[in-house]
Design a protein around this ligand. Structure first.
Ligand SMILES: Cc1cc2nc3c(=O)[nH]c(=O)nc-3n(C[C@H](O)[C@H](O)[C@H](O)COP(=O)(O)OP(=O)(O)OC[C@H]3O[C@@H](n4cnc5c(N)ncnc54)[C@H](O)[C@@H]3O)c2cc1C
Length: 404
């Protein structure tokens, strides 16, 4: 790059699935314009887009007017087509949603209605339907929901292939490239090796999207409050066979789905992810990437949420905080698969961190994706689940409404 082009029509920061799908959309609309993606890591997939559960969600949970609801179904279909076109593993597995407490009975009706509004095929199951479809699952009320249109793919392979296709199509991806200085007025970005100028800057930096947006004078109402998703692997020798993904009925006030089962395309089953506080933006292991100043800010925000009890946070903190410890995690997992023994859960290194934004004026966790625009730049914040599922149609909307 030293002697190559350093002037690009579009500069995208972050080669996660959101940045890559926006690059793909831009390339197909403006084939003659130049696109540069700067990625701080030496390869794709080291953060959320390579660490997620790999579920192509149906969109049943989300309020109909949300981006999440609008793009889930189209996104699942578009990602399926991408997997089929590139011969990547993919499976239509279906999902079962079960109440784990008797008082969640009404949530089943609410989710059934919401699914209908969002155009998702949902079937109501009674006790005998449930034991026929998923003999290992248990419902606290006897009722359950079946969502046949939930699929799984391999997020690492998807993102690797997408980067390959883009590079082959003329998009430049620079790895190990992190801006040391950004000048939004001069439209200039300086990394340790190079200086670039751009026409439009697109911030898709996931866990760092708030700090980048703040440099452009936007997104100041948002700050990251990272939550770690830990998984445990089901011992293949446990004798427990699951036919579908099994999810508890979630608390719809918060953007977390509760400990559920995830089967990957190789057939391995995981329980998780938790939603426990992380002490750094990339705090995947113990004290890795812990900045004590930032960690104290995160703890303060959690403390405020617990004290005010907003979004059912007291219960969430009590429930999720304990799931750092195996016995409590096992309790949550056992509530959907009662035959599970604690010894059936094997430790594994699967862990991800949600790029969850906290909305400062309302003191609430943001529930939907957030898009902020400044002059010559667009910023994607709160790209939490199911942004992986939604990414392809979401990218089309970004180009239509914020870039075109
Ligand atoms: C535990 C977990 C499970 C999930 N499960 C699912 C699921 O089953 N289905 C689903 O649809 N979604 C799921 N999600 C959500 C999904 O993974 C994310 O919404 C999605 O991957 C976000 O993509 P992204 O491109 O915004 O972020 P990322 O994948 O994090 O990409 C951002 C990129 O920007 C780079 N970057 C950051 N800062 C800079 C900088 N300053 N300079 C250069 N590069 C930078 C990073 O290195 C990274 O590669 C899950 C998320 C988690 C955490």
């Amino acid at each position: 790059m030293k002697n190559g082009n350093t002037n690009f029509d579009f500069l995208i920061l972050g080669a996660g699935i959101v940045g890559l799908t926006i690059a793909r959309e831009l390339k197909s609309r403006f084939p003659d314009q130049s696109i540069l993606i700067l990625e701080k890591e030496l390869m794709v997939g080291l953060h959320s887009s390579g660490r997620n559960s790999g579920v192509l969600h149906s969109g049943i949970y989300y309020p109909p007017e949300s981006y999440k609801a609008k793009f889930c179904a189209q996104g699942r279909i578009a990602m399926t087509e991408f997997c089929l076109e590139h011969k990547l593993p993919f499976r239509e597995i279906g999902k079962i949603l079960i109440p784990t407490r008797p008082e969640e009975a009404s949530q089943i009706s609410l989710l059934y209605e919401r699914g209908g509004k969002n155009g998702v095929v949902v079937e109501r199951l009674n006790k005998s339907d449930l034991s026929r479809l998923e003999p290992e699952a248990q419902s606290a009320t006897g009722d359950a929901l079946f969502v046949p249109v939930t699929s799984i793919a391999n997020p690492k392979l998807v993102i690797k292939k997408m980067a390959e296709v883009l590079t082959g199509g003329g998009v430049t991806i620079c790895y190990g490239a992190k801006p040391e200085f950004i000048d939004p007025v001069a439209k200039r970005v300086v990394t340790k090796d190079q200086e670039y100028s751009y026409g439009t800057f697109i911030n898709t930096s996931g866990l760092h999207a708030d700090t980048v947006a703040h440099q452009f004078g936007v997104g100041r109402d948002y700050t990251l409050l990272p939550f770690k998703g830990l998984y445990w692997k089901l011992d293949p020798a446990s004798g427990i066979k699951l036919n579908h993904l099994i999810y508890p009925v979630p608390d719809l006030r918060v953007p977390f789905l509760g400990v559920h089962t995830t089967t990957n395309t190789e057939g391995d089953v995981y329980f998780g992810p938790t939603a426990v506080p992380a002490f750094g933006r990339e705090n995947y292991k113990l004290l890795e990437d812990v900045n004590f100043l930032e960690a104290s800010k995160f703890l303060k925000l959690i403390g405020i949420q617990v004290l005010t009890g907003r979004q059912g946070f007291r219960r969430l903190a009590w429930q999720e905080g304990r799931r750092y410890m195996k016995p409590w995690f096992w309790q949550a997992a056992k509530s959907i698969v009662p035959r599970l023994k604690m010894t059936n859960l094997l430790p594994c290194d699967k862990v991800g961190i949600r790029a969850q934004m906290y909305h400062l004026p309302t003191g609430q966790l943001a529930n939907d994706f957030v898009v902020e625009k400044a002059e010559n730049s667009v910023h994607i914040l709160n790209s939490i689940s199911p942004a992986w599922t939604c990414s392809i149609p979401f990218a089309k909307m970004i180009v239509d409404q914020y870039i075109q």
